[in-house]
Write a protein that binds this ligand. Structure first.
Ligand SMILES: Nc1ncnc2c1ncn2[C@@H]1O[C@H](COP(=O)(O)OP(=O)(O)OP(=O)(O)O)[C@@H](O)[C@H]1O
Ligand SMILES: [Mg+2]
Length: 487
């Protein structure tokens, strides 16, 4: 069975206390008993010496009289002891608890343990039930000093003095002590029980609180808050749990956002794919079903179908690029690039092209070549510039210009593409890097745009640890630029 923390604390405390109480009770009783018995034997010794002295002062006649016997009894009673005189053969000559004429009925006392001990060691003690009186007694016996009893009548035959005292007196004190220890122990037990109950409550309450909140979190309530208690350990734990839940909340939010983005993206993709496919199907269908088309019309239809298949292909290429960049599958191979030569080559390819709108593409640094290198994946960076130039041409005015160039700064090279187009409104500026985002859908579609170009640009720049910056003035033009570290 698993015990709760509280049950453990209480049971451990109580068990310990119980052991201590019992041990203390046993030890004190034992010690007190020893102490008392020693004291009693000391007393008995004194009484025996007093008896010896008393008898030596009596000057008794040969056969001691009844009244002499009684005064001896009175002497013993005054000391509250039982006094016995025994001769060398074990015959009792005097006993303060026995009448003079009953003495002869007494057993021989030589075999009594205390007498035996006195016989061999001068002094002996014993504790037992008295056969003569039926009372539990503590006995002490000693051999008589021969000179002491010179004038003691027939008592002069005494070989041993024995003094005894009932044990009841000691027993009473002992049981009183035992009772005190028991009551004290029970009282301490009660107090400790209460204290450990309170203490364990204090200790386990905050833990239970934490557990309740954790239960809430488990059920999915990520707004649950772990309360901080007064205990530093539990505080730490609560703080950690709070941080954990915050992190979890952020992760879940992020995941939900990604999830929405993903499904939006999927919706957009299918929509974008459907447009050229429908167009393609339409042209081919008309071409197939009409019998009276002249050769020029037929050619136009096939051309249109071809354009849409190209568009479809471009779209797929872009999509594949994006997903490869996002999944980290696209590996960049970084090399040193000579900025001037690289940009000049890109621009030269455009310059020779004949644009429908008559847009011209300039290279700003044509006449002042600077030896300057950056590190990057040349093919990917070319893709960035080409995308920007393509946009600058597509969204330009008729006979407008596009300028491509670079500025060499202290640590970086700034690469830019600017145009003389209509510009981009502030409300669109932050969004044009989103996938499929187009400022003017119709116009974009006309120029064959899918809205993925700038998203790809953004990703490639991020992979090069840089950001595309865009500045635009409505009616004047737009400049896209990014910084690369000089090498
Ligand atoms: N130089 C520019 N001047 C004005 N608007 C621009 C410029 N470049 C981009 N835009 C706007 O930003 C939108 C997003 O550009 P992006 O390159 O991502 O897509 P696209 O050109 O429409 O399609 P794609 O490049 O994938 O063929 C464009 O549709 C256009 O509306
Ligand atoms: Mg574009």
């Amino acid at each position: 069975m698993l015990l709760s923390l509280r049950q453990k604390i209480i049971s451990v405390n109580l068990t310990l206390l119980l052991i201590v109480t019992i041990a203390a009770g046993l030890i004190t009783t034992f010690e007190v008993q020893n102490f008392f018995e020693e004291r009693v034997f000391e007393q008995l010794k004194t009484h025996m010496s007093e008896t010896e002295f008393f008898i030596s002062t009596l000057n008794l006649s040969d056969d001691i009289t009844e009244s002499e016997y009684k005064s001896l009894i009175a002497f013993a009673d005054a000391a509250s002891i039982r006094l016995t005189l025994i001769d060398s053969l074990g015959v009792v000559i005097f006993d303060s608890w026995v009448k003079k004429d009953s003495l002869r009925y007494l057993e021989n006392h030589l075999t009594r343990p205390e007498v035996q001990m006195a016989l061999h060691h001068q002094y002996g003690t014993n504790e037992r039930l008295s056969a003569t009186t039926g009372v539990r007694l503590l006995y002490a016996a000693r051999a008589v000093t021969p000179k002491a009893f010179e004038n003691a009548g027939n008592l002069a035959q005494s070989k041993f003095i024995r003094a005894a005292i009932p044990i009841i007196a000691i027993e009473e004190v002992l049981s009183e002590i035992r009772w005190t220890v028991f009551v004290g122990g029970a009282f301490a037990l009660l107090i400790i029980a209460i204290v450990s109950l309170l203490l364990s409550k204090r200790l386990t309450d905050p833990i239970r609180k934490l557990a309740r909140v954790a239960e809430e979190v488990k059920k999915g309530n990520l707004d649950a808050h772990f309360e901080h208690g007064s205990d530093s350990d539990i505080n730490n734990l609560a703080e950690l749990l709070d941080e954990m839940v915050t992190k979890l909340r952020e992760d879940v939010n992020q995941m939900q956002k990604l999830q929405t983005m993903r499904s939006q993206f999927l919706g957009n993709v299918s929509h974008e794919l459907r447009t050229p496919i429908f167009a393609l199907q339409g042209y081919l269908e008309t071409f197939l079903h009409s019998t009276d088309l002249d050769i020029d019309k037929q050619r136009t239809f096939v051309e249109k179908a071809f354009q849409n298949s190209v568009r479809l292909n471009n779209l797929l290429t872009d999509l594949i690029d994006i997903s490869r960049i996002e999944s980290g599958e696209m590996k960049m191979s970084f090399r040193k690039i000579m900025v001037h030569d690289w940009l000049e080559k890109i621009v030269s390819e455009y310059s020779v092209k004949d644009h429908k709108k008559g847009v011209t593409v300039h290279f700003a640094n044509r006449d002042d070549k600077i030896e300057c290198y950056v590190m990057g994946d040349k093919e990917r960076l070319s893709q960035v510039v080409l995308n920007l130039v393509q946009n600058a041409i597509n969204y330009n005015k008729e006979y407008g210009t596009v300028t491509v160039g670079y500025d060499v700064l202290e640590d970086d090279v700034r690469i830019f593409v600017s145009d003389t187009g209509p510009g981009i409104g502030d409300e669109h500026l932050t969004r044009i890097f989103e996938r499929f985002y187009r400022v003017d859908k119709e116009r974009s579609r006309m120029v064959g745009g899918t809205g993925l170009g700038l998203a790809i640009v953004k990703h490639i720049c991020e992979a090069h640890r840089t950001r595309v910056k865009v500045e635009s003035k409505l009616g004047i033009g737009t400049t896209f630029s990014f910084l690369m570290k000089k090498k």
